[in-house]
Design a protein around this ligand. Structure first.
Ligand SMILES: [Zn+2]
Length: 344
């Protein structure tokens, strides 16, 4: 009996060491210590032994049972420790691995220029308003004193969407100026607004032309507003946009909706008037059309032109942007090529 117990012990030790997970270990426990296990079987068969043998064998079996329970517990601990270590290894973070950089968006150069210009005018007490890109011919032309026979109304210049809706043509606005009318219809003076937005003209696409481009309109109406106010405001604006030493020059011009009208040139901010590539050697850059709001335009909006005067300007955001960033092809602004946009 003793040698049988010895051989069980040896077998049990080999088997417990071969267990690599808790399931195998549990099978091992059932095999030796379970109700139908080998040691239990021996204890059950004790009745067949002589009374003298019983306590001796009983003691040996119980010692073996304790021993097996002990090696079982030790093996269990080892398996759990190994599992814990492996889990930790899997979960561990290498803090020295370089992080993944999220793709960050950037503002489009047009938006950057517009934000800069908005900021300047907001600082001067202007507010920003926006209007519809699909517009009645009345707002785009008629109310702005542009007569029926004016070439600007021509199909060659203007995209017509439909004709004679509510007795008026519908067009894609060719300028942001219709918002002068909409603003004056809605709001009584004092008025001080800028209007940024897309405008459309029937142009072919090339490096300097696009059928869609961006304008900023400015409008001021109040009592006692003069051309001097326009000049003062514009000088302040270009100094903030281009630098303190930049000056403006007004050239007489004609627009149907302003009287008198002017083209505003700004001294080239690159060469300071010397002449360079940006200004094509002239030392000056054409910046904006402007003038005193035509009394007929004010009257049409129900504003008494004897009491109130105003000035307005309109300028192209795309040209300002391409010159500012040295972009040689206007089309790049509209293609949204990420490689191009990343540069700003
Ligand atoms: Zn220049």
């Amino acid at each position: 009996m003793k040698s049988k117990l010895e051989s069980i012990k040896g077998k049990a030790v080999r088997e417990v060491k071969a267990c690599t997970d808790l399931k195998e270990l549990d099978n091992f426990r059932i095999k030796y210590l379970g109700k139908k296990g080998e040691l239990t079987a021996i204890l059950r068969s004790m009745g067949e032994l002589s009374p003298g043998e019983r306590p001796v064998v009983g003691k040996l079996v119980n010692e073996l049972k304790d021993y097996i329970e002990d090696v079982l517990a030790k093996q269990k601990e080892m398996i759990e420790k190994t599992a814990r270590e492996e889990r930790l290894k899997k979960e561990s973070l290498d803090v020295t691995v370089p992080g993944r950089k999220p793709l960050r968006g950037k503002r489009h150069p047009l938006t950057k220029t517009l934000d800069e210009i908005k900021e300047i005018f907001l600082g001067l007490g202007f507010s920003v308003v926006e209007g519809p890109e699909i517009e009645y011919a009345y707002y785009n032309f008629t109310a702005l004193n542009i007569p029926e026979e004016h070439p600007a109304r021509d199909l060659q210049d203007t995209f017509y969407i439909s004709s004679a809706v509510e007795n008026d043509d519908i067009v894609l606005r060719t300028q942001t100026s219709p918002m002068q009318i909409r603003t004056m219809e809605r709001q009584k003076p004092p008025i001080r607004v800028i209007v940024p937005g897309k405008v459309y003209r029937s142009d072919d696409v090339d490096a300097t032309h696009s059928p869609v481009f961006h304008q900023i309109e400015g409008l001021v109406v109040d009592k006692g507003i003069t051309l001097g106010d326009l000049k003062g405001t514009f000088d302040l604006f270009v100094k903030q946009l281009y630098g303190e030493d930049v000056v403006t020059k007004f050239r007489p011009h004609h627009f149907p909706f302003t009287e008198p009208s002017a083209e505003i040139d700004v001294m080239c901010y690159m060469c300071k008037g010397e002449g360079c590539r940006v200004c094509k050697g002239s030392g000056w850059i054409e910046l904006s059309g402007a003038g005193m709001v035509h009394p007929r335009v004010l009257e049409r909006c129900g504003i008494d032109s004897r009491e109130y005067t105003g000035w307005a300007f309109g300028m192209g955001l795309d040209r300002i942007t391409t010159r500012k960033y040295g972009i040689e092809d206007l089309r790049l602004l509209f293609e949204n090529d990420i490689r191009f946009l990343r540069q700003f």
